[in-house]
Design a protein around this ligand. Structure first.
Ligand SMILES: C[S@@+](CC[C@H](N)C(=O)[O-])C[C@H]1O[C@@H](n2cnc3c(N)ncnc32)[C@H](O)[C@@H]1O
Length: 372
């Protein structure tokens, strides 16, 4: 099984960042599409991708793609997939997915047809009438978009943003995968000095420290496919061992996290400790109005508060004006600010040198970059 098509969904706007991560590891990219990057690989690459990729949401195997205009087409497409290569006779195989802009638009009906086709295929192979589905979960995912069906097998289980360090989160934490993408765009290096003046639960600082020290995001958690019979004993353990060997504790990286809330700072410290990067980060209570721009080369990354209610929006706007005052244009200090506020630049008082559209969940944001 060494020529599988592997596919990783990612945040909209981070496709090129994820493709870069995969390319840098020497894996051949097949396709970069909206919110997804596909590449070819074998079982070891599945372990590698789950353990190492910072901006992927999950790692899926593409089992089959094809045009479907009727339930019969869908049934035929799915029953031609050799599920017996992946799914044992007592394994569970739930099905979920979506259908958009297609003749087949009822998701529950598509789900039922796909399940029926898999059962029928496995019945022929295992000569069983009934599947208990008490074994390891093999989540089948489907998408039907403009009549093109893609049938996938998820290898990850709980999403890859769950690194294992952030049991604790404040009210509006940024997702680890999105934070990692912004850190990549901001070109954080092993020698970077990083500041987050609105650090909340510490995500930017922890993700940046992990990247700088080459700590693989998934080395400390488990993945759904490890329960399957498919992987040789020790393959994941070997990949984890390789990941641990790559850690560079001598990187000079350091970071400073500020927040107005002492409770958030406690959370951040706790999370940084769990991630093994606490010695690299200093946390201190500070209101943004007291922020002073660093003197030497440094990078500032943050997602300042943004509310939904009028009062919260007014307060956020006041903070953006304050940021414009304290984020001085000092030589060598670069600022990266993510916000959904359409008027951010006007309130901040300067036009960004560059902007990039990113989605924080369903919320359309811009990453405002000041680096000149
Ligand atoms: C959107 S959250 C940041 C989330 C963070 N990136 C994370 O991953 O958890 C905004 C943070 O700004 C903090 N904050 C609000 N007003 C502030 C102020 N005037 N000065 C400094 N921090 C403030 C809040 O306590 C909150 O933790």
């Amino acid at each position: 099984m060494d020529e599988l098509v592997l596919s990783c969904p990612c945040h909209f706007g981070l496709e090129s960042v994820l493709a870069g991560e995969i390319k840098r590891a020497g894996k051949p990219i097949l396709l970069v599409s909206d919110g997804r990057v596909s590449f070819t690989g074998g079982l070891r690459d599945i372990a590698w991708a789950n353990i190492h990729l910072r901006t992927a949401e999950r790692v899926q195997i593409i089992l089959k793609e094809g045009k479907v205009y009727s339930f019969e087409d869908l049934f035929q497409l799915v029953s031609s997939i050799p599920f017996e290569d992946f799914i044992g006779k007592s394994d569970a195989f739930p099905v979920k997915g979506y259908a958009l802009k297609s003749q087949l638009h009822s998701v529950p009906d598509c789900q039922a047809i796909i399940k029926k086709a898999i059962v029928s295929r496995l019945q022929d192979h295992y000569h069983l009438n009934w599947f208990e589905e008490t074994g390891p979960v093999h989540q089948i995912q489907f998408s039907i978009l403009k009549d093109k069906a893609t049938i996938m097998l998820d290898t990850t289980g709980a999403g890859l943003h769950k690194r294992g360090y952030r049991k604790n989160a404040n009210e509006a934490p940024i997702k680890e995968t999105l934070a990692a993408g912004i850190i990549d765009i901001a070109k954080v290096k092993p020698y970077t000095v990083l500041y987050d003046p609105f650090c909340g639960s510490g995500t930017f600082l922890i993700e940046a420290a992990a990247k700088a020290l080459h700590i693989a995001p998934g080395f400390n958690r488990r993945f759904a496919c490890e329960q399957w019979g498919l992987f040789s004993d020790g393959l994941f353990a070997e990949e984890r061992k390789n990941a641990i060997a790559q850690i560079k504790r001598d990187a000079p990286f350091k970071a400073y996290g500020f927040d107005i809330s002492e409770e958030c700072l406690e959370l951040s410290r706790d999370n940084a400790k769990k991630a093994g990067v606490l010695p690299r980060i200093r946390f201190q209570q500070q209101d943004i109005k007291d922020f002073t721009a660093p003197e030497g080369p440094a990078t500032v990354i943050c997602n300042p508060p943004y509310g939904e209610r009028m009062l919260e929006i007014k307060e956020a706007e006041r903070l953006y004006r304050e940021m414009g005052r304290v984020f001085e244009r000092t030589q060598g200090v670069n600022y990266y600010i993510i916000s959904p506020h359409e008027e951010f630049e006007r309130l901040f008082g300067r036009q960004a040198d560059k902007r990039r559209k990113l989605y924080n969940g369903m919320i359309k944001c811009q990453l405002y970059m000041y680096f000149k």
